[in-house]
Design a protein around this ligand. Structure first.
Ligand code: NDP
Length: 310
């Protein structure tokens, strides 16, 4: 086991991690950033991005993340690849073990490991990811203007995404496996009062259909065994996200869904010197720009902590 000592360790390489790195670098904190299994985070699974400020012609997820990485690197962040396999936040310096072989001792840690959208696990769904299959209506809905789409799920996210898509698309199907929506009453009312949303209760998706140009439909199977095909151009998953916090369990306070709890309006966790940014602490907004903003907040909180200002 090798050991090194750093002032600030950033775990995660999405917009939150890179933005924290940019700010920490400029504060002369010589940050070390570890990127995990999905360098660049969830955005690298998106194609076009039109809602990140500063790109008048739009950009792509991978290009945006590459720009953020280069910016962090140019300003002095040491970017490494490796999975965190354990950590010890019980005393300072904090100890974070990478791949069971290397220990990083850090005076401050920023956790920006993100969340992973849940998928149904169908082969056809994987095949058309980025070609009509998406787990983010806010990111990709715009590309389906005046087209027909489907949203899978019956929670608040599914209802919110369905109503958002209904404002852009011709028709939105909601595919719900139970005979009721789990969402709050207010969200349900919005769905039921939107004329171009059709809720298909008690159905699951058997297969996403498509051709070389992308998604063309979905084959649904009812709880009674009957099959039905719908013609759609976009297939949106809204069946929840899983925050990537497994390795921090027992070390840091998480909510019932596994998201890191922070002091409202800050990045401060229950451990002084450990901060959280981005989707790993945000089940609601989940946008690249909000993650980036929270990465900035985490770096500023960490800087104040390291300078003994709190
Ligand atoms: P939820 O866990 O609340 O809902 C997930 C939905 O997906 C459920 O309807 C569930 O069905 C369905 N689902 C799960 N797995 C499958 C599957 N394999 N096949 C088909 N359907 C499936 O997740 P959300 O992302 O909607 O919400 C997460 C949290 O965030 C909630 O607490 C929610 O209230 C909150 N939220 C609040 C918002 C707001 O207040 N504006 C907006 C968005 C989220 P089933 O019901 O059968 O389990």
């Amino acid at each position: 086991m090798t050991t090194e000592k750093v002032r600030i360790l950033i775990i995660g390489s999405g917009p939150a991690g890179y933005t924290a790195a940019i700010y920490a670098s400029r504060a002369n904190l010589s940050p070390v950033l570890y990127q995990g299994l999905e360098p660049g985070g969830q955005l690298t699974t998106t194609t076009e991005i039109e809602n990140f400020p500063g790109y008048p012609e739009g950009t792509t997820g991978p290009a945006l993340m590459e720009d953020l990485r280069k910016q962090a690197e140019r300003l002095g962040t040491s970017i490494r690849t490796g999975i965190v396999t354990s950590c010890d936040f019980s005393a300072r310096p904090f100890k974070v073990v990478i791949e069971d072989t290397h220990t990083v001792e850090a005076d401050a840690v920023i956790i920006a490991t993100g969340a992973t959208a849940r998928y149904l696990g169908l082969e056809s769904e994987m095949k058309f990811r980025g070609m009509g299959v998406s787990a983010c209506a806010t990111c990709d809905g715009f590309f389906y203007r005046k087209k027909d789409v489907a949203v899978v799920g019956g929670g608040d996210t599914a209802c919110e995404e369905a109503t958002y898509l209904a404002s852009l698309c011709r028709k939105v199907y909601m595919i719900v496996r139970k005979n009721y929506l789990r969402a709050s009453k207010a969200m349900q009312d919005r769905v039921f009062n939107t004329p171009n949303i059709e809720v298909i209760f008690e159905h699951n998706t058997k297969e996403v259909l498509g051709d070389d140009n992308g998604v063309t439909g979905a084959l649904l199977v009812g709880n009674d065994g009957s099959e039905r095909t719908i013609a759609i151009d976009g297939f949106f998953l809204a069946i929840g996200h899983t925050p990537n916090t497994k390795v921090f369990g027992g070390q840091i306070e998480l909510d019932s869904e596994g998201y890191i709890k922070v002091e409202p309006g800050t990045s401060k966790t229950n451990i002084k010197g450990v901060f959280a940014a981005g989707d790993v602490k945000d089940p609601h907004y989940r946008q690249a720009i909000t993650a980036a903003g929270s990465g900035c907040i985490a770096a500023l909180d960490a800087e104040r902590f390291l300078n003994g200002m709190e």
